[in-house]
Design a protein around this ligand. Structure first.
Ligand SMILES: C[S@@+](CC[C@H](N)C(=O)[O-])C[C@H]1O[C@@H](n2cnc3c(N)ncnc32)[C@H](O)[C@@H]1O
Length: 430
Protein backbone atom coordinates (compact mmCIF):
# COMPACT_ATOMS: atom_id res chain seq x y z
CA UNK A 1 0.00 0.00 0.00
CA UNK A 2 2.31 2.71 -1.28
CA UNK A 3 -0.12 5.54 -0.71
CA UNK A 4 -0.67 4.68 2.97
CA UNK A 5 1.66 6.14 5.62
CA UNK A 6 1.61 6.54 9.38
CA UNK A 7 2.03 10.16 10.41
CA UNK A 8 2.07 12.19 13.60
CA UNK A 9 0.07 15.40 13.36
CA UNK A 10 1.07 18.77 14.83
CA UNK A 11 -0.66 17.82 18.10
CA UNK A 12 1.36 14.59 18.48
CA UNK A 13 -1.52 12.32 17.51
CA UNK A 14 -1.07 9.21 15.31
CA UNK A 15 -2.96 9.21 12.05
CA UNK A 16 -2.91 7.04 8.95
CA UNK A 17 -2.55 9.19 5.86
CA UNK A 18 -4.00 7.86 2.62
CA UNK A 19 -3.32 9.72 -0.62
CA UNK A 20 -5.89 9.25 -3.39
CA UNK A 21 -7.56 5.89 -3.91
CA UNK A 22 -8.33 4.19 -0.57
CA UNK A 23 -7.28 0.50 -0.74
CA UNK A 24 -10.36 -1.71 -0.32
CA UNK A 25 -8.58 -3.86 2.27
CA UNK A 26 -7.09 -0.92 4.18
CA UNK A 27 -6.49 -2.18 7.73
CA UNK A 28 -8.87 -0.21 9.96
CA UNK A 29 -9.14 -0.91 13.66
CA UNK A 30 -11.87 0.52 15.86
CA UNK A 31 -11.06 4.13 16.69
CA UNK A 32 -8.31 4.54 14.04
CA UNK A 33 -8.10 8.01 12.60
CA UNK A 34 -7.36 8.58 8.93
CA UNK A 35 -6.29 11.60 6.97
CA UNK A 36 -7.69 10.97 3.50
CA UNK A 37 -6.31 13.23 0.80
CA UNK A 38 -8.62 13.32 -2.19
CA UNK A 39 -7.02 13.25 -5.62
CA UNK A 40 -9.84 14.62 -7.69
CA UNK A 41 -13.10 15.92 -6.33
CA UNK A 42 -14.38 16.96 -9.74
CA UNK A 43 -13.77 13.63 -11.42
CA UNK A 44 -16.35 12.92 -14.21
CA UNK A 45 -19.68 14.44 -13.10
CA UNK A 46 -18.72 14.96 -9.43
CA UNK A 47 -17.73 18.58 -10.03
CA UNK A 48 -20.84 19.68 -11.94
CA UNK A 49 -22.13 21.78 -9.06
CA UNK A 50 -21.07 22.89 -5.60
CA UNK A 51 -22.93 21.29 -2.70
CA UNK A 52 -22.24 21.89 0.99
CA UNK A 53 -20.69 19.05 2.99
CA UNK A 54 -20.46 16.68 0.07
CA UNK A 55 -18.42 13.50 0.19
CA UNK A 56 -15.05 13.40 -1.51
CA UNK A 57 -15.63 10.59 -4.05
CA UNK A 58 -12.92 8.26 -2.71
CA UNK A 59 -14.81 7.79 0.57
CA UNK A 60 -18.11 6.32 -0.69
CA UNK A 61 -16.15 4.45 -3.41
CA UNK A 62 -14.07 2.75 -0.72
CA UNK A 63 -17.05 1.96 1.52
CA UNK A 64 -19.13 0.64 -1.38
CA UNK A 65 -16.34 -1.64 -2.61
CA UNK A 66 -15.47 -2.80 0.89
CA UNK A 67 -19.00 -3.61 2.01
CA UNK A 68 -20.91 -4.68 -1.13
CA UNK A 69 -20.72 -6.74 -4.32
CA UNK A 70 -21.33 -5.83 -7.96
CA UNK A 71 -25.06 -5.54 -8.80
CA UNK A 72 -26.01 -5.08 -5.14
CA UNK A 73 -28.61 -2.46 -4.16
CA UNK A 74 -27.15 0.57 -2.37
CA UNK A 75 -29.14 3.26 -0.56
CA UNK A 76 -28.20 6.80 0.42
CA UNK A 77 -31.12 8.20 2.47
CA UNK A 78 -29.61 11.75 2.59
CA UNK A 79 -28.24 11.77 -0.90
CA UNK A 80 -27.43 15.49 -1.33
CA UNK A 81 -25.58 15.87 -4.61
CA UNK A 82 -25.64 12.13 -5.30
CA UNK A 83 -21.94 11.36 -4.72
CA UNK A 84 -22.81 7.89 -3.37
CA UNK A 85 -25.00 7.19 -6.40
CA UNK A 86 -22.33 8.26 -8.92
CA UNK A 87 -19.79 6.05 -7.17
CA UNK A 88 -22.22 3.13 -6.85
CA UNK A 89 -22.89 3.38 -10.58
CA UNK A 90 -19.19 3.49 -11.48
CA UNK A 91 -18.66 0.42 -9.26
CA UNK A 92 -21.48 -1.49 -11.00
CA UNK A 93 -23.96 -1.30 -8.12
CA UNK A 94 -27.63 -0.28 -8.37
CA UNK A 95 -28.62 2.57 -6.12
CA UNK A 96 -31.37 4.74 -4.70
CA UNK A 97 -30.87 8.29 -3.43
CA UNK A 98 -33.45 9.85 -1.13
CA UNK A 99 -33.55 13.57 -0.43
CA UNK A 100 -36.38 15.91 0.50
CA UNK A 101 -34.82 18.70 -1.52
CA UNK A 102 -35.99 18.85 -5.18
CA UNK A 103 -32.77 20.63 -6.15
CA UNK A 104 -30.71 17.73 -4.76
CA UNK A 105 -32.73 15.17 -6.70
CA UNK A 106 -32.51 17.19 -9.91
CA UNK A 107 -28.75 17.62 -9.64
CA UNK A 108 -28.14 13.99 -8.65
CA UNK A 109 -30.25 12.73 -11.55
CA UNK A 110 -28.26 14.79 -14.06
CA UNK A 111 -24.99 13.50 -12.59
CA UNK A 112 -25.92 9.86 -13.27
CA UNK A 113 -27.62 10.29 -16.66
CA UNK A 114 -25.40 9.54 -19.68
CA UNK A 115 -25.81 11.73 -22.76
CA UNK A 116 -25.29 11.09 -26.43
CA UNK A 117 -21.95 12.67 -27.35
CA UNK A 118 -22.95 13.94 -30.79
CA UNK A 119 -26.23 15.44 -29.58
CA UNK A 120 -24.52 17.03 -26.61
CA UNK A 121 -21.85 18.66 -28.81
CA UNK A 122 -24.49 19.93 -31.25
CA UNK A 123 -26.50 21.47 -28.39
CA UNK A 124 -23.34 23.02 -26.94
CA UNK A 125 -22.54 24.59 -30.33
CA UNK A 126 -26.05 26.06 -30.53
CA UNK A 127 -25.82 27.54 -27.06
CA UNK A 128 -22.38 29.05 -27.60
CA UNK A 129 -23.55 30.60 -30.87
CA UNK A 130 -26.57 32.10 -29.15
CA UNK A 131 -24.20 33.75 -26.65
CA UNK A 132 -22.20 35.32 -29.49
CA UNK A 133 -25.33 36.88 -30.97
CA UNK A 134 -26.76 37.86 -27.55
CA UNK A 135 -29.29 40.63 -27.79
CA UNK A 136 -31.01 41.75 -24.56
CA UNK A 137 -34.01 43.01 -26.49
CA UNK A 138 -34.93 39.36 -27.12
CA UNK A 139 -35.91 39.10 -23.46
CA UNK A 140 -39.21 40.58 -22.41
CA UNK A 141 -39.75 41.76 -18.85
CA UNK A 142 -42.48 39.16 -18.27
CA UNK A 143 -40.00 36.33 -18.93
CA UNK A 144 -37.80 37.29 -15.98
CA UNK A 145 -38.77 35.04 -13.05
CA UNK A 146 -40.26 36.75 -10.06
CA UNK A 147 -39.05 35.83 -6.58
CA UNK A 148 -38.49 37.56 -3.24
CA UNK A 149 -35.87 40.36 -3.27
CA UNK A 150 -34.95 39.46 -6.84
CA UNK A 151 -33.61 42.92 -7.66
CA UNK A 152 -31.38 42.92 -4.60
CA UNK A 153 -29.92 39.53 -5.39
CA UNK A 154 -29.16 40.32 -9.04
CA UNK A 155 -28.18 43.35 -11.14
CA UNK A 156 -30.55 44.21 -13.94
CA UNK A 157 -28.22 43.16 -16.78
CA UNK A 158 -27.56 39.82 -15.08
CA UNK A 159 -31.29 39.14 -14.70
CA UNK A 160 -31.71 39.64 -18.43
CA UNK A 161 -28.66 37.50 -19.30
CA UNK A 162 -29.76 34.62 -17.07
CA UNK A 163 -33.28 34.76 -18.49
CA UNK A 164 -31.84 34.74 -22.01
CA UNK A 165 -29.64 31.70 -21.25
CA UNK A 166 -32.51 29.85 -19.61
CA UNK A 167 -34.66 30.54 -22.66
CA UNK A 168 -31.94 29.38 -25.08
CA UNK A 169 -31.64 26.10 -23.18
CA UNK A 170 -35.40 25.63 -23.33
CA UNK A 171 -35.41 26.35 -27.07
CA UNK A 172 -32.71 23.76 -27.86
CA UNK A 173 -33.86 21.19 -30.36
CA UNK A 174 -32.68 18.28 -28.23
CA UNK A 175 -33.80 15.79 -25.58
CA UNK A 176 -34.91 16.77 -22.06
CA UNK A 177 -31.82 15.11 -20.49
CA UNK A 178 -29.44 17.37 -22.41
CA UNK A 179 -31.50 20.44 -21.50
CA UNK A 180 -31.36 19.39 -17.86
CA UNK A 181 -27.59 19.02 -18.02
CA UNK A 182 -27.30 22.60 -19.32
CA UNK A 183 -29.72 23.81 -16.64
CA UNK A 184 -27.32 22.40 -14.06
CA UNK A 185 -24.46 24.26 -15.81
CA UNK A 186 -26.55 27.44 -15.60
CA UNK A 187 -27.41 26.79 -11.98
CA UNK A 188 -23.72 26.33 -11.15
CA UNK A 189 -22.92 29.95 -12.08
CA UNK A 190 -25.93 31.60 -10.43
CA UNK A 191 -24.35 32.30 -7.06
CA UNK A 192 -21.21 33.72 -8.66
CA UNK A 193 -23.16 36.25 -10.76
CA UNK A 194 -25.52 37.20 -7.93
CA UNK A 195 -24.70 39.86 -5.37
CA UNK A 196 -24.49 37.20 -2.65
CA UNK A 197 -21.25 36.04 -1.07
CA UNK A 198 -19.82 33.15 -3.15
CA UNK A 199 -18.17 31.44 -0.20
CA UNK A 200 -20.90 31.16 2.37
CA UNK A 201 -23.28 28.23 2.77
CA UNK A 202 -26.05 30.73 3.54
CA UNK A 203 -27.17 33.01 0.72
CA UNK A 204 -26.32 36.47 2.02
CA UNK A 205 -25.20 39.80 0.62
CA UNK A 206 -22.20 41.18 2.46
CA UNK A 207 -21.84 44.87 1.75
CA UNK A 208 -18.24 44.81 3.02
CA UNK A 209 -17.22 42.42 0.26
CA UNK A 210 -17.99 45.01 -2.40
CA UNK A 211 -18.59 42.17 -4.81
CA UNK A 212 -18.39 43.43 -8.36
CA UNK A 213 -20.58 41.74 -10.94
CA UNK A 214 -20.32 43.25 -14.42
CA UNK A 215 -22.62 43.06 -17.44
CA UNK A 216 -21.72 40.00 -19.58
CA UNK A 217 -20.47 38.08 -16.53
CA UNK A 218 -23.34 35.58 -16.71
CA UNK A 219 -22.79 34.98 -20.45
CA UNK A 220 -19.02 34.60 -20.07
CA UNK A 221 -19.19 32.34 -17.05
CA UNK A 222 -21.84 30.16 -18.60
CA UNK A 223 -19.78 29.73 -21.78
CA UNK A 224 -16.67 28.81 -19.74
CA UNK A 225 -18.66 26.38 -17.61
CA UNK A 226 -20.16 24.65 -20.60
CA UNK A 227 -16.72 24.28 -22.20
CA UNK A 228 -15.35 22.75 -19.00
CA UNK A 229 -18.31 20.50 -18.10
CA UNK A 230 -19.24 19.03 -21.48
CA UNK A 231 -15.97 17.01 -21.71
CA UNK A 232 -16.52 15.72 -18.15
CA UNK A 233 -20.06 14.64 -18.99
CA UNK A 234 -18.83 13.04 -22.22
CA UNK A 235 -16.19 11.06 -20.35
CA UNK A 236 -18.79 10.00 -17.76
CA UNK A 237 -21.16 8.85 -20.52
CA UNK A 238 -18.37 6.75 -22.08
CA UNK A 239 -17.82 5.01 -18.71
CA UNK A 240 -21.48 4.37 -18.08
CA UNK A 241 -22.45 0.76 -17.29
CA UNK A 242 -25.75 0.09 -19.04
CA UNK A 243 -27.31 -2.58 -16.84
CA UNK A 244 -27.29 -0.56 -13.62
CA UNK A 245 -30.26 1.38 -12.24
CA UNK A 246 -30.26 4.61 -10.20
CA UNK A 247 -33.44 6.11 -8.75
CA UNK A 248 -34.24 9.29 -6.87
CA UNK A 249 -37.83 8.79 -5.67
CA UNK A 250 -39.77 12.02 -5.18
CA UNK A 251 -42.10 11.17 -2.37
CA UNK A 252 -39.68 9.91 0.24
CA UNK A 253 -37.98 11.13 3.32
CA UNK A 254 -35.07 9.58 5.21
CA UNK A 255 -37.62 9.02 8.00
CA UNK A 256 -40.12 7.32 5.73
CA UNK A 257 -38.46 4.95 3.25
CA UNK A 258 -41.08 3.24 1.14
CA UNK A 259 -39.19 0.17 -0.03
CA UNK A 260 -39.80 -3.47 0.79
CA UNK A 261 -38.13 -4.95 3.82
CA UNK A 262 -34.58 -6.16 3.13
CA UNK A 263 -34.53 -4.46 -0.31
CA UNK A 264 -31.01 -3.04 0.15
CA UNK A 265 -27.61 -4.70 0.67
CA UNK A 266 -25.82 -1.59 1.93
CA UNK A 267 -26.64 1.99 2.94
CA UNK A 268 -24.02 4.77 2.98
CA UNK A 269 -24.77 8.32 3.99
CA UNK A 270 -23.72 11.59 5.55
CA UNK A 271 -26.75 13.06 7.29
CA UNK A 272 -27.01 16.81 7.88
CA UNK A 273 -25.34 18.14 11.04
CA UNK A 274 -27.62 19.57 13.64
CA UNK A 275 -27.60 23.34 13.64
CA UNK A 276 -25.37 23.59 10.57
CA UNK A 277 -26.28 23.99 6.89
CA UNK A 278 -29.71 25.29 5.99
CA UNK A 279 -29.90 23.51 2.61
CA UNK A 280 -33.01 25.23 1.22
CA UNK A 281 -31.49 28.59 2.05
CA UNK A 282 -28.14 27.64 0.53
CA UNK A 283 -29.75 26.89 -2.81
CA UNK A 284 -32.56 29.39 -2.78
CA UNK A 285 -31.41 31.40 -5.81
CA UNK A 286 -30.74 28.27 -7.84
CA UNK A 287 -34.17 26.91 -6.87
CA UNK A 288 -35.88 30.12 -7.98
CA UNK A 289 -34.15 30.02 -11.37
CA UNK A 290 -34.78 26.32 -11.90
CA UNK A 291 -38.45 26.78 -10.99
CA UNK A 292 -38.37 24.62 -7.83
CA UNK A 293 -39.53 27.45 -5.58
CA UNK A 294 -41.35 30.73 -6.06
CA UNK A 295 -41.55 32.25 -2.61
CA UNK A 296 -41.28 30.87 0.91
CA UNK A 297 -39.01 27.92 1.59
CA UNK A 298 -40.46 27.28 5.05
CA UNK A 299 -42.31 24.09 4.15
CA UNK A 300 -39.17 22.55 2.70
CA UNK A 301 -37.09 23.71 5.67
CA UNK A 302 -39.46 21.96 8.05
CA UNK A 303 -38.90 18.63 6.31
CA UNK A 304 -35.14 18.83 6.93
CA UNK A 305 -33.54 16.73 9.62
CA UNK A 306 -31.80 19.28 11.83
CA UNK A 307 -34.29 22.02 10.92
CA UNK A 308 -34.31 25.29 12.79
CA UNK A 309 -37.96 25.91 11.88
CA UNK A 310 -39.49 24.71 15.13
CA UNK A 311 -42.51 25.96 16.99
CA UNK A 312 -42.33 27.46 20.50
CA UNK A 313 -45.03 25.11 21.79
CA UNK A 314 -42.42 22.33 21.70
CA UNK A 315 -39.40 24.04 23.15
CA UNK A 316 -40.80 25.55 26.31
CA UNK A 317 -40.22 22.23 28.06
CA UNK A 318 -37.20 19.93 28.26
CA UNK A 319 -37.05 16.80 26.13
CA UNK A 320 -34.87 13.75 26.72
CA UNK A 321 -33.62 11.33 24.10
CA UNK A 322 -32.73 8.54 26.56
CA UNK A 323 -28.96 8.57 25.99
CA UNK A 324 -27.40 9.84 29.27
CA UNK A 325 -24.43 11.70 27.66
CA UNK A 326 -26.71 13.40 25.14
CA UNK A 327 -29.33 14.29 27.76
CA UNK A 328 -26.67 15.91 29.94
CA UNK A 329 -25.60 18.20 27.09
CA UNK A 330 -29.23 18.86 26.08
CA UNK A 331 -29.97 19.96 29.67
CA UNK A 332 -27.02 22.39 29.65
CA UNK A 333 -28.09 23.84 26.31
CA UNK A 334 -31.69 24.13 27.58
CA UNK A 335 -30.53 26.37 30.42
CA UNK A 336 -29.21 28.99 28.01
CA UNK A 337 -31.31 28.38 24.92
CA UNK A 338 -34.41 26.13 25.09
CA UNK A 339 -35.03 26.51 21.36
CA UNK A 340 -31.55 25.22 20.42
CA UNK A 341 -31.95 22.38 22.94
CA UNK A 342 -35.17 21.33 21.22
CA UNK A 343 -33.57 21.58 17.73
CA UNK A 344 -30.76 19.27 18.92
CA UNK A 345 -33.19 16.85 20.59
CA UNK A 346 -35.38 16.74 17.48
CA UNK A 347 -32.33 16.04 15.35
CA UNK A 348 -31.51 12.93 17.38
CA UNK A 349 -35.14 11.87 17.39
CA UNK A 350 -35.32 12.26 13.59
CA UNK A 351 -32.11 10.27 13.25
CA UNK A 352 -33.66 7.56 15.42
CA UNK A 353 -36.51 7.33 12.93
CA UNK A 354 -34.05 7.21 10.06
CA UNK A 355 -32.02 4.42 11.69
CA UNK A 356 -35.16 2.41 12.25
CA UNK A 357 -36.32 2.89 8.63
CA UNK A 358 -32.94 1.91 7.19
CA UNK A 359 -32.83 -1.11 9.50
CA UNK A 360 -36.12 -2.23 8.05
CA UNK A 361 -35.11 -1.98 4.38
CA UNK A 362 -31.62 -3.52 4.85
CA UNK A 363 -31.04 -7.22 4.38
CA UNK A 364 -29.74 -9.29 7.28
CA UNK A 365 -25.97 -8.71 7.77
CA UNK A 366 -26.21 -5.59 5.58
CA UNK A 367 -24.36 -2.49 6.82
CA UNK A 368 -25.53 1.05 7.33
CA UNK A 369 -22.51 3.35 7.18
CA UNK A 370 -23.11 6.78 8.64
CA UNK A 371 -20.48 9.50 8.29
CA UNK A 372 -21.13 12.12 10.91
CA UNK A 373 -19.20 14.80 12.76
CA UNK A 374 -19.53 16.82 15.93
CA UNK A 375 -20.52 20.39 16.35
CA UNK A 376 -20.87 23.07 18.97
CA UNK A 377 -24.23 24.29 20.15
CA UNK A 378 -24.25 27.35 22.37
CA UNK A 379 -20.65 26.57 23.33
CA UNK A 380 -21.37 22.92 24.19
CA UNK A 381 -19.67 20.13 22.28
CA UNK A 382 -22.44 18.02 20.72
CA UNK A 383 -20.96 14.63 19.84
CA UNK A 384 -23.53 13.38 17.34
CA UNK A 385 -21.60 10.24 16.49
CA UNK A 386 -21.35 9.10 20.10
CA UNK A 387 -25.06 9.61 20.69
CA UNK A 388 -26.07 7.89 17.46
CA UNK A 389 -24.32 4.63 18.39
CA UNK A 390 -26.57 3.71 21.38
CA UNK A 391 -29.61 4.91 19.42
CA UNK A 392 -28.58 2.60 16.55
CA UNK A 393 -28.15 -0.30 18.98
CA UNK A 394 -31.59 0.36 20.42
CA UNK A 395 -32.96 0.13 16.87
CA UNK A 396 -31.42 -3.33 16.44
CA UNK A 397 -28.06 -2.56 14.80
CA UNK A 398 -24.75 -3.84 16.12
CA UNK A 399 -21.98 -1.22 16.08
CA UNK A 400 -19.43 -3.26 14.13
CA UNK A 401 -16.68 -0.64 14.18
CA UNK A 402 -16.02 3.06 13.79
CA UNK A 403 -13.12 5.15 12.59
CA UNK A 404 -12.32 8.78 12.05
CA UNK A 405 -11.69 10.84 8.94
CA UNK A 406 -9.88 14.08 9.74
CA UNK A 407 -10.80 17.42 8.31
CA UNK A 408 -8.03 19.84 9.08
CA UNK A 409 -8.66 23.55 8.92
CA UNK A 410 -5.43 25.43 8.41
CA UNK A 411 -6.32 28.63 10.15
CA UNK A 412 -3.58 29.55 12.59
CA UNK A 413 -5.85 31.55 14.88
CA UNK A 414 -8.57 28.96 15.25
CA UNK A 415 -8.50 27.24 18.68
CA UNK A 416 -7.30 23.66 18.72
CA UNK A 417 -10.69 21.99 19.20
CA UNK A 418 -12.07 23.82 16.17
CA UNK A 419 -9.01 23.26 14.05
CA UNK A 420 -9.33 19.53 14.11
CA UNK A 421 -12.64 18.27 13.02
CA UNK A 422 -13.19 14.57 12.78
CA UNK A 423 -15.96 12.99 10.79
CA UNK A 424 -16.70 9.60 12.33
CA UNK A 425 -17.52 6.68 10.08
CA UNK A 426 -19.91 4.40 11.96
CA UNK A 427 -20.27 0.89 10.55
CA UNK A 428 -23.62 -0.46 11.75
CA UNK A 429 -24.52 -4.07 11.01
CA UNK A 430 -28.04 -5.48 10.89
C1 LIG B 1 -24.67 16.42 4.23
S1 LIG B 1 -25.84 16.46 2.92
C2 LIG B 1 -25.43 15.03 1.99
C3 LIG B 1 -24.29 15.27 1.06
C4 LIG B 1 -23.97 14.05 0.22
N1 LIG B 1 -23.26 13.04 0.98
C5 LIG B 1 -23.13 14.44 -0.98
O1 LIG B 1 -22.06 13.89 -1.20
O2 LIG B 1 -23.57 15.35 -1.71
C6 LIG B 1 -27.33 16.09 3.71
C7 LIG B 1 -28.57 16.06 2.83
O3 LIG B 1 -29.68 15.60 3.63
C8 LIG B 1 -30.85 16.14 3.06
N2 LIG B 1 -31.96 15.98 4.00
C9 LIG B 1 -32.27 16.71 5.09
N3 LIG B 1 -33.36 16.24 5.69
C10 LIG B 1 -33.77 15.15 4.98
C11 LIG B 1 -34.83 14.21 5.12
N4 LIG B 1 -35.73 14.35 6.09
N5 LIG B 1 -34.91 13.21 4.24
C12 LIG B 1 -34.01 13.09 3.21
N6 LIG B 1 -33.01 13.97 3.01
C13 LIG B 1 -32.88 14.99 3.89
C14 LIG B 1 -30.48 17.58 2.75
O4 LIG B 1 -31.36 18.12 1.77
C15 LIG B 1 -29.03 17.39 2.22
O5 LIG B 1 -29.04 17.30 0.83
Amino acid sequence: MVNVTDIINEFGECLVRVDGEIPVDLPAKEGDRFLFISNDQSYLTHGLHKYPAKFFPELPRWLIKRYSQEHDQILDPFTGSGTTNVEALLSNRNSVGIDVDPFSRFLSKVKVTPLDEKELKAAQKCLLESIIIYDPSQVSYSEIPNFPYRDNWFNKEILVELTYLRKQIQLLNTCEEIKEFFKVCLSSIIRSVSNADDNCTRTVIRKKLNKLVKPSDALNRFAKTVLAKVPKMTEFSQNYPHDISVDFPEDMDARNIKYDQEHFDLAVTSPPYVNAVDYPRTHQLEMYWLGFAQDSLTDLKKQNVGTESVSSQYYNKRHEIGVPDADKVLASIFEVDPRRAYIAYKYLDDMRQNLSEVYNVLRKDGRYIVVVGNNRIRGHLFENWKYLMPIAEETGFEVETYFGSEIIKHFIKVPREERINTDWILVLKK
